[in-house]
Design a protein around this ligand. Structure first.
Ligand code: NAP
Length: 282
């Protein structure tokens, strides 16, 4: 009797840069599982058909990259809270009835990273400041609200984009232009950079932390370099800090568990493997 190998893949366009095969491949090997995780390049003109007829793909599930997270969500018969709040799904699976289900695990990745590296960070959830208002910011605002943060300030160069997110999430979120950064920092229990500033090849993140309480946790989701200038500056004045690579790894945990039935662990070995593969460390 032939055994069916459970196959999942990263889907999108392009997919060649994705580290998901490395992450899931590592866990498949660690758990001694027979599954496979590959790459499926979906051309933009085929995306609606591909996600709309996902059961024909031969996959039991998939990750979805930009720019198809919204199309994927629209193709689903069921969405989890995060995907439905964001209108975007990064994780898909077929349930027993063959219905396409979607989740958005970016926010869970953010939470998993902080839970692992700064346990108790959300013991008394208060005020968070999120820099940026792109796709990652939306997931992180959802995540912070899910942990009962009472106020989430969204500070962005383009204020209208911060307003859009704030209007979507409503109570507890406040949109600001960059000029309000100093005053919002004074209230922060958590500060998260979700802009691409400070990333290798991008302009620096110019920020004065003098108003930030010394106890505030600082997280940068940029992971190249791993220790960004923001993290260096925060650590130098005594703030606790968490880097961003763990978010990338932790967003894969719920997906792997869903497809392959075992909950994997984000180990130091996996962090090192991913950072080497990304060229962040040698
Ligand atoms: P995005 O949707 O393109 O948003 C980019 C954000 O950066 C926007 O808020 C944008 O502001 C801001 N920005 C870009 N250039 C700027 C500049 N010169 N001055 C001021 N603000 C600027 O990107 P994203 O998907 O949210 O990703 C953002 C960053 O997070 C990227 O570096 C990405 O690699 C990283 N990321 C990491 C993880 C992880 O797992 N660690 C996951 C997702 C993303 P405007 O709105 O004003 O343009």
């Amino acid at each position: 009797m032939t055994r069916l190998v459970r196959k999942a893949a990263i889907t999108g366009h392009p997919v060649s840069h994705s580290r998901s095969p490395l992450i899931h491949g590592y866990w498949l090997e660690k758990h001694g599982l027979e599954g496979e995780y590959g790459r499926v390049d979906v051309l933009p003109e085929n995306a609606e058909h591909f996600y709309g007829n996902f059961a024909d793909s031969g996959l039991i599930g998939a990750n979805v990259t930009v720019p198809f997270k919204e199309i994927a969500a629209k193709s689903c018969d069921w969405l989890d809270d995060a995907a439905s709040a964001m209108g975007a799904a990064n994780t898909l699976w077929l349930d027993e009835a063959g219905r396409l289900c979607g989740a958005n695990t970016d926010g869970l990745g953010f939470l998993g990273n902080l839970d692992q590296l700064s346990p108790d960070w959300d013991e008394t959830p208060g005020t968070a400041v999120v820099l940026g208002a792109g796709g990652a910011a939306r997931a992180i605002v959802w995540a912070l609200l899910s942990r009962k943060y009472t106020t989430v300030h969204i500070v962005n160069r383009t204020r209208e984009k911060a307003e859009k997110i704030s209007n979507e999430f409503g109570n507890g979120t406040v949109a600001h232009g960059w000029e309000n950064l100093g005053t919002t920092l004074a209230q922060a229990d958590v500060l998260v950079n979700t802009t691409s500033l400070g990333m290798t090849g991008k302009p620096p993140l110019e920020i004065d932390l003098k108003n930030l309480p010394a106890t505030a946790l600082v997280n940068d989701i940029v992971y190249s370099p791993l220790e960004t200038d923001l993290l260096k500056q925060a650590a130098a004045r005594g703030n606790p800090t968490v880097d961003g690579i763990g978010m990338l790894l932790h967003q894969a945990v719920p997906a792997f568990e869903r497809w392959f039935g075992e909950r994997p662990v984000v180990t130091d070995e996996l962090r090192t493997l991913a950072l080497k593969d990304l060229g962040v460390i040698t």
